[in-house]
Design a protein around this ligand. Structure first.
Ligand SMILES: NC(=O)c1ccc[n+]([C@@H]2O[C@H](COP(=O)([O-])OP(=O)(O)OC[C@H]3O[C@@H](n4cnc5c(N)ncnc54)[C@H](OP(=O)(O)O)[C@@H]3O)[C@@H](O)[C@H]2O)c1
Length: 237
């Protein structure tokens, strides 16, 4: 009988980088993907033909989020699905120039980029099988903040404190690792060539680069509490 693939949950795994990582990981993982909206039907169908797949609607703005997460995770266990890893990558990446900050906008960023990952960690930790790794996607901006996206950078730096703190709280049962990534999938408003020029290696990363780093953390049972920077050397320029 073929060996069963381990189940991983990707929080924010239905779009953009999350979707590309799901594609990369589907070969050797069964997947639970979450998004604030339903995923694109055709894509999910095609992914579901390659691996076992479940989807949840987890919206950071939903006041019923906590009970929803608990119910969904209990449902997985009832179905005999035990999570062997978690990648928390949901986030927003807005421009917010200094002078234009408002309480409402700042709170929205903290909510999606910081409060939501923290609540996910709290909900997921008791459900992960012993020895699992909980992984967070941060940003190279934790080293050199993006000045037009300082609230974004500050929220990612908050995750930079969460990783070693959670590693201490959850050890020795679980490991916790962060990945401070450079450009892996530029958004439509950015200039990929300029972004590549900002790195020592003069190239942007790719979802495959990030997936390699996630796999490395998964396969490194002596690694916890660390944030690995994967930015082509951008922070050393
Ligand atoms: N792309 C890059 O090159 C790059 C570079 C450095 C760091 N990162 C980090 O990697 C992660 C993914 O990047 P990305 O470019 O794919 O980001 P993105 O386009 O902003 O998408 C982020 C994900 O967050 C989810 N999300 C947004 N608002 C949400 C909400 N209210 N509730 C629940 N989920 C929500 C989205 O799901 P829905 O669409 O379903 O809402 C989406 O799957 C982010 O944490 C980002 O900071 C990315």
């Amino acid at each position: 009988m073929p060996e069963e693939k381990p189940w991983w949950i990707l929080v924010g795994g239905m779009r953009r980088l999350g979707g590309a990582l799901a594609e990369e990981l589907a070969e050797d993982h069964a997947l639970v993907l979450t998004g604030s909206q339903d995923g694109e039907g055709g894509w999910l169908k095609s992914l579901g033909s390659r691996t076992s797949l479940r989807t949840f609607r987890w919206n950071a703005m939903d006041p019923e989020l906590g009970p929803q997460m608990m119910a969904d995770l209990a449902g997985l266990e009832s179905a005999g699905i035990h999570l062997g890893g978690a990648v928390i990558l949901a986030g927003v990446f807005p421009e917010h120039p200094f002078g234009a900050w408002t309480m409402t906008e700042l709170e929205n960023i903290w909510r999606v980029n910081l409060s939501f990952p923290m609540l996910c960690a709290q909900a997921l930790a008791p459900r992960l099988v012993d020895g699992s790794c909980m992984q967070f996607l941060l940003d190279t901006s934790i080293h050199q903040p993006f000045l037009r996206r300082l609230p974004y950078s500050a929220s990612k730096s908050g995750l930079g404190s969460l990783v070693p703190g959670l590693a201490q709280l959850l050890a020795p049962r679980l490991r916790v690792v962060g990945h401070a990534i450079g450009t892996a999938l530029p958004d439509e408003n950015s200039d990929p060539e300029w972004l590549a020029s900002q790195s020592l290696l003069k190239r942007n990363g790719s979802p495959a680069d990030v997936a390699r780093s996630l796999r490395f953390a998964e396969e490194s049972p002596y690694l916890t509490g660390e944030i690995m920077t994967l930015d082509g050397g951008r922070r050393w320029r």
